[in-house]
Design a protein around this ligand. Structure first.
Ligand code: ZN
Length: 380
């Protein structure tokens, strides 16, 4: 048994406290949170900084870790995709080593659970031996209606190969036909699975759905995808796409960089189990723009945090994402960001009985954050 205290403790399920001790057993299970005076002082480990639960990273692409340091930051999403295209495909050994390194980095940075986007089975074998909890999202895409079934089947096949909890999920509004969204929705309803979709990462995503123009249209044409029969619905990408997904399944919208207040209230009224994931460093890396965080807070949204992948980030660290948010939104309390980074993510993934808060009998992982937020040390 260890008796740990620090300058401040963030249980997350209740207000931050001082003068309390986290009692944790050898396996990392929280045995109690008690007043300091009730513990023999010689047993107490006093630490500098704050103690909080392990972090939940709700948006990552572990299989893209081999791109670390290879894609230049800045230049927008269109430039980014061209950079990714130019990249030479590495050998299997390099891909697997990068996956192992990225997983080890996340563990060292206090991440205990990850919602991971999968286009291949490259990470599956490794995940069986990782101490991190993974939920695999099999990402499917096909803009053309006649390719919907094949794309969906590919996702289902991948899901059969995965031993982790998993879902079949759409990539983004502009890469899914109505038919593909219908197939995914029926599958999700049948399996009561959680869904995720990249949302409004660029201004041009809305422009495509509102007016059928801009860089998304250019990109579809560039890839030789026939858009001639497609008509713009005249709505934002979110307002067009969300009603085609089930309203009862937990759904995570990722990025939300160009989401308006109108979009937020529309979306929240459609689905009561909606979660909004921010990946601020990826947004800064690609578009150099951040979502309007205050609009989401004012609308009582359930926020989570993600690192996205090494194709578009300098690190896979939730603490680094918190730091980016603190720098840009200094009025928001650290407590709020920590809730997004822990309990909200655990609730979205359905693992809140184990992860997300410092409560008796949970085994959430324990992080010590240094006073200047520069470092995280894992305590359990
Ligand atoms: Zn992503």
């Amino acid at each position: 048994m260890r008796y740990l205290t620090a300058d401040i403790i963030y249980p997350i399920s209740s207000s931050p406290v001082k003068g309390k001790v986290v009692v944790v057993d050898d396996k990392g299970t929280i045995s109690d949170l008690v007043e300091e005076k009730d513990i023999d002082p010689s047993k107490i480990e006093r630490l500098k900084g704050s103690i909080c639960p392990g972090f939940v990273n709700t948006h990552c692409h572990l299989e893209l870790s081999y791109m670390k340091g290879k894609i230049q930051s800045g230049g927008g999403l269109h430039h980014f995709i061209k950079e990714v295209e130019k990249l030479k495909k590495p050998g299997d050994d390099e891909v697997q080593q990068a996956i192992r390194d990225a997983d080890a980095e996340m563990k060292n940075k206090g991440i205990v659970a990850v919602g991971d986007i999968c286009n291949t089975s490259n990470t599956f074998a490794f995940k069986n031996s990782s101490p991190i909890y993974y939920h695999n999202f099999m990402e499917v895409y096909a803009f053309a209606e006649d390719r919907a079934e094949a794309a969906f089947e590919k996702g289902v096949k991948l899901q059969r190969e995965s031993r982790n909890n998993s879902s079949v999920t759409p990539h983004a509004p502009y890469s899914a036909s109505q038919k593909l969204l219908k197939l995914i929705s029926e599958h999700a309803k049948k399996n009561n699975s959680v869904l995720t979709i990249h949302n409004q990462e660029t201004a041009d995503e809305n422009l495509f759905f509102l007016e059928k123009r801009g860089s998304i249209l250019d990109r579809l044409n560039y890839f030789g995808i026939d858009t001639s029969h497609w008509k713009a619905p005249g709505k934002t990408s979110l307002q067009y796409t969300l009603p085609q997904l089930p309203s009862g399944n937990k759904t995570l919208l990722v990025h939300n960089t160009f989401t308006s207040k109108g979009d937020i209230s529309f979306a929240n009224s459609f689905n009561k189990n909606l979660y909004w994931c921010f990946c601020p460093n990826a947004n800064l890396y690609i578009e150099n723009q951040l979502p309007n965080i205050h609009a989401f807070i004012d609308s009582n949204c359930q926020m989570t945090l993600g690192t996205d992948s090494y194709a578009s980030n300098w690190s896979l660290s939730i603490l680094d994402e918190i730091k980016a948010l603190q720098k840009n939104f200094p009025k928001v309390a650290l407590e709020e960001f920590l809730k997004w980074a822990t309990l909200n993510g655990a609730k979205f993934l359905g693992i809140e009985n184990t992860f997300g808060s410092l409560e008796k009998n949970k085994k959430p992982g324990l992080n010590l954050i240094s006073p200047d937020l520069s470092m995280v040390t894992t305590l359990a």
